[in-house]
Ligand binder design. Structure first.
Ligand SMILES: Cc1cc2nc3c(=O)[nH]c(=O)nc-3n(C[C@H](O)[C@H](O)[C@H](O)COP(=O)(O)OP(=O)(O)OC[C@H]3O[C@@H](n4cnc5c(N)ncnc54)[C@H](O)[C@@H]3O)c2cc1C
Length: 408
């Protein structure tokens, strides 16, 4: 029973984000008892990224969930472009990807998580406990054997063969496990905000780059989800300049927003994402594994964080389910998960750090009007070249496919 102070499952996952929910779904689908602990009462929280990439959609296809999933309200982004100075350049074209969906689906993250939870609950092996905050690990002879969580009904003790930390970039699990974090640094933070969208506005999701400013606008049909990239730690200075100055900067970047920047009424309408890029040196210790942001916080460049979290979950399921079906997982099985996912993580972060330092850092420091560099112009001129960024963003390095079995 879920309300008992002590439960025993094969796998206990801390965190009901994309990584934890997808892993929970896959384990339960294979008949392995799994409990996901999520500290919030629901999935309905602030904007945390709405991008469901083609590789995640392919996973949904492989799970037989795609058609149902796409019935949920979403927008489909087939190309990505940006305005640098006064010139518009198309930089990525997803329409040639070797996947069933040749687009990025924009859908609120809570809808995606709700969908996964709803489908996972159909498996008897799945349990999701909301308002359950993982607080401590239990250990026996150097091996993690479970977790302690606080719930409104009191403490919940969970015994598990495997504990998974999928509790995001401020992961308590990785901290409790004493796993070393390598900080790769980031020169920027991001301010997120919403502005209404009108029928006469352009339709495309795009970025605007000019004189020290980067502004990204995701078309969410009746509103724009906007990201304003600022220098690391620069929010205090922006606040000191005042909301009127911020509104003016935004109107200067996208003139058609001028008549509605007043929708930013106070600073609570502007959310700060403090960007960090890091990864664990070792993702595991006996009885415990970290995946998703808990193992590697990604830069927002390319909007790949959700995607990597899902890919981690799929790889974890592919590698560990055959083992879990036979008994407890060994250290070498957890090592195998890290080996499988470390390359895509490192390669993506390397690219992100390169772009952060060579492009974003320079743009934020620039004081003159900008124009597209030759490499970007080339993308605009040669359509074939636009397939490469689409592949990197849409599929990433080493896309995973569902191989784990479903219970018969
Ligand atoms: C403002 C913002 C915008 C973003 N935009 C994008 C984007 O456009 N595209 C993209 O791909 N990525 C984006 N990201 C990143 C993306 O949200 C993450 O990379 C992705 O969600 C990682 O998934 P995860 O499951 O590993 O971790 P998370 O999504 O962080 O999920 C962790 C979960 O664990 C829960 N939790 C934390 N601690 C505990 C605990 N002790 N006990 C129980 N539960 C706990 C949290 O409540 C959360 O639900 C954005 C992030 C932010 C903050």
């Amino acid at each position: 029973m879920m309300d008992a102070a002590e439960v025993s499952v094969r796998c206990c996952i801390a965190g009901g984000g994309p990584a934890g929910m997808m892993l929970g779904f896959l384990l339960a689908r294979a008949g392995i008892s799994v409990l996901v602990l999520e500290k919030h009462p629901d999935f309905l929280r602030d904007f945390r990224g709405d991008t469901i990439h083609p590789s995640t959609l392919e996973v949904m296809y492989e799970l037989g969930l795609l058609d149902e999933f796409l019935q949920r309200p979403h927008q489909e982004v087939r190309t990505l472009g940006g305005q640098i100075g006064d010139e518009f350049v198309e930089v990525a074209d997803f329409t040639h990807l070797p996947t069933h969906c040749r687009f990025i689906a924009l859908m609120p993250q809570w809808d995606f998580l709700d969908f996964l939870a709803e489908r996972a609950k159909r498996f008897p092996a799945f349990q999701l406990k909301m308002e359950a905050e993982a607080r401590d690990l239990t250990m026996e002879g150097g091996r993690v054997t479970g977790m302690r969580a606080s719930t409104p009904a009191g403490e919940l003790r969970v015994k598990a063969d495997l504990v998974v930390g999928a509790d995001g970039r401020h992961s308590i699990v990785r901290e409790l496990a004493g796993l070393e974090v390598l900080d790769l640094g980031a020169p920027m933070d991001v301010l997120w905000m919403r502005l209404s969208r009108r029928s006469e506005d352009p339709g495309q999701t795009l970025g605007r780059v000019d004189t020290g400013r980067i502004f990204v606008m995701l078309n969410r049909e009746d509103y724009w989800q906007c990201a304003y990239v600022i220098a690391k730690g620069g929010f205090d200075e922006i606040r000191a300049r005042g909301l009127a100055a911020l509104r003016e900067e935004i109107a200067g970047l996208a003139h058609y927003l001028r008549n509605r920047v007043d929708e930013l009424r106070d600073w609570s309408d502007v959310k700060l994402l403090s960007v960090s890029v890091d990864r664990l040196r070792t993702w595991h210790r006996p009885g415990l594994l970290c995946i998703g942001d808990a193992a590697h916080a990604m830069s927002p460049i390319g909007g790949v964080g959700i995607n990597l979290a899902i890919q981690d979950a799929v790889a974890t399921a592919n590698i560990l389910i055959p083992r879990l079906l036979q008994g407890p997982v060994a250290q070498r099985d957890l090592e195998a998960v890290q080996r499988r996912r470390e390359f895509p993580t490192r390669a993506t972060q390397r690219l992100q750090v390169l772009l952060q330092n060579r492009v974003i850092g320079r743009v934020l420091a620039s004081t003159t009007k900008m124009s597209p560099p030759v490499a970007v112009r080339l993308l605009g001129w040669v359509p074939l070249l636009r397939r490469l960024p689409a592949r990197l963003i849409g599929l990433g390095f080493r896309p995973e496919h569902v191989r784990a079995p479903a219970a018969g």
